[in-house]
Each structure stands twice: as structure tokens, then as C-alpha cells.
Design a protein around this ligand. Structure first.
Ligand SMILES: [Zn+2]
Length: 281
């Protein structure tokens, strides 16, 4: 997720971490693009191992995501980023605080997990955050992408469990007719981590737009939408007349996708049932 919580809170947490006894022996790894700091739990060796692992994954993801969406890697040393891994029991979380003023020199990524889960948590959460890093570098402040498009794209890199939860939300809309309003989503300046509806809508809408055009079109639409308004950008890039028209076309697309998925499940269940019944019995 992109930063949403008060900056003071983050700063306090970060400095508490830096000043904690365990941080005095933190794992530390860096290259031209990333500096990684990992709490040394349960040992300095483990902290160092995790720091080097995170550095390697972050560097690989930076190259892959930039190439996939922008068509080329970001030059070395541009958009330098610090990644802090903090261990704390409870809900795992991740956020990216992108550079938003000239005096800040780094993007900052924070991951919270436990020593036991760290490798899996990095695999599950880091790709999403590196999407924010890549786009915050390519579309730097004050020209950031709209939050819903960036979160929608980042959500494509989430783990299967997070995607399944979002799908449940989408299915609920189709069953109840209680759809989120895209005009509201377009105006959102941030999506709170607890806003399951907002994330599900952002991810689904990005999926829909990618069914109507390629990644380059989506990014051009995002930039134009920011500059000229969404109705105008929709007409230019998707030949859709307005946000309200997008709302109805998106809903119809989600409904249809749900019907196809249901039919697929039904026919595969029926196939399994018939295979499980010996002929003649
Ligand atoms: Zn995000």
C-alpha cells in the first residue's frame, strides 16, 4: 500500500526501531538501488541472511516490474529506496512511503512480520511494494499515478490468499447489486489498508481496463485522467463516454466473468461426479 498513516507515527516507529537494542546489530545489505535493514532476530546471522535475501529479491523485482510496465529497466541509482524489516507479532503489514519532497532522498518501504514467517512474508508482500517503488520513481511526486490505478496494479502481485479474499468481495457485489461507485474511487487520495472494497474495486477495474487495452494504454489513461479529467481520458483511450458509462460496462463485465467462472466450476464438478460413478451403476 501507499502511505496513508500520519507521517509522525511512522517516524516514531522507525526511530524506536533504530534505537532498540536489537537494531544495534541489524542485518544490513545495500547496492546502488536499495539499502536493507533487518532486525537481528533471532540472531545477527539470521538478520544478515534476511537482509541479503530481501536485497536480492527487491533488485530482481525492480527490474522485472519496470520492464513489464514501462518497457525497460529503471536506470541504476534512480529512485533509491530503503527497506526496513521489523519483527512484531500480530497482523503482517507493508507500506511504501514514496519521496514526496526534494529534501527526502529515498523512497521507504516498511515490512512488518515475524522471524518465523519472514521469507514467506517477503515473497507475499514485497512485490506489491516494489510496484509502488517503480511507479513512484517513473511517475514521481507531484505527478504520481492515481492511487486506485497504482493499487490496482500492485494488487496483481499479491499472494493467492489476498486475491481470493478480494474475489469474495467482487462476488458479493454481483450477488447483492451493492456495487462501489467508481466516481468515488477515482477521487480517493489514499486507500486505507482496511478498505477491502476499495482494493477489490481498484484491482477489478484495472483487470477490466486491461481487457480493453494494453498496459501502455492504461498508464496513458492514468496520466491523462489526472491532467484532463476521467470522462475525457476514457473517451480518448477506451472509447467509453463517461465514468457512469464505465461503471455500467465494468459491472456487466464482472457479472459475465462471474457467470463464466460459475459455469466452469459447475461443469468440472459435474465431470468429477460422473467420473466418480461407474457406468451401469
Ligand atoms: Zn499498495
Amino acid at each position: 500500500m501507499r502511505l496513508f498513516m500520519p507521517r509522525l507515527l511512522i517516524l516514531v516507529g522507525f526511530f524506536l526501531f533504530l534505537n532498540s537494542p536489537s537494531a544495534l546489530a541489524a542485518g544490513h545489505a545495500f547496492n546502488a538501488n536499495f539499502t536493507v535493514l533487518v532486525e537481528a532476530k533471532p540472531s545477527q546471522e539470521q538478520g544478515q541472511f534476511v537482509a541479503e535475501y530481501v536485497l536480492d529479491r527487491a533488485e530482481t523485482l525492480r527490474g522485472e516490474i519496470a520492464t513489464e510496465w514501462i518497457g525497460r529497466p529503471i536506470p541504476t541509482g534512480v529512485g533509491r529506496t530503503s527497506i526496513t524489516v521489523h519483527f512484531h507479532p500480530g497482523i503482517e503489514s507493508a507500506l511504501t512511503w514514496a519521496k514526496d519532497r526534494p529534501t527526502r532522498t529515498l523512497h521507504s518501504v516498511y515490512l512488518r512480520t515475524t522471524p518465523e514467517r519472514v521469507q514467506q512474508a517477503v515473497e507475499e508482500m514485497l512485490p506489491h511494494e516494489i510496484v509502488h517503488v517503480v511507479f513512484a520513481t517513473q511517475f514521481s511526486h507531484p505527478n504520481r499515478l492515481p492511487v486506485w490505478i497504482e493499487e490496482g496494479i500492485a494488487s496483481r502481485y499479491d499472494d493467492a490468499q489476498r486475491m481470493a479474499i478480494r474475489q469474495e468481495t467482487v462476488t458479493w457485489w454481483t450477488q447483492t447489486g451493492d456495487w462501489p461507485q467508481l466516481a468515488t474511487l477515482f477521487d480517493a487520495k489514499n486507500l486505507h489498508a482496511s478498505d477491502a472494497t476499495g482494493y477489490a474495486a481498484a484491482a477489478s477495474l484495472v483487470d477490466f481496463l486491461l481487457s480493453r487495452g494494453d498496459k501502455k494504454t492504461l498508464l496513458a489513461f492514468a496520466a491523462d485522467g489526472n491532467a484532463t479529467g476521467w470522462d475525457a481520458a476514457l473517451k480518448v483511450h477506451y472509447q467509453i463516454q463517461s465514468v457512469s458509462r464505465l461503471q455500467s460496462e465494468w459491472q456487466a463485465w464482472v457479472d459475465e466473468a462471474g457467470r463464466v467462472a460459475m459455469q466452469h466450476r459447475w461443469s468440472s464438478t459435474a465431470g468429477q461426479a460422473s467420473r466418480g460413478t461407474p457406468p451401469g451403476n
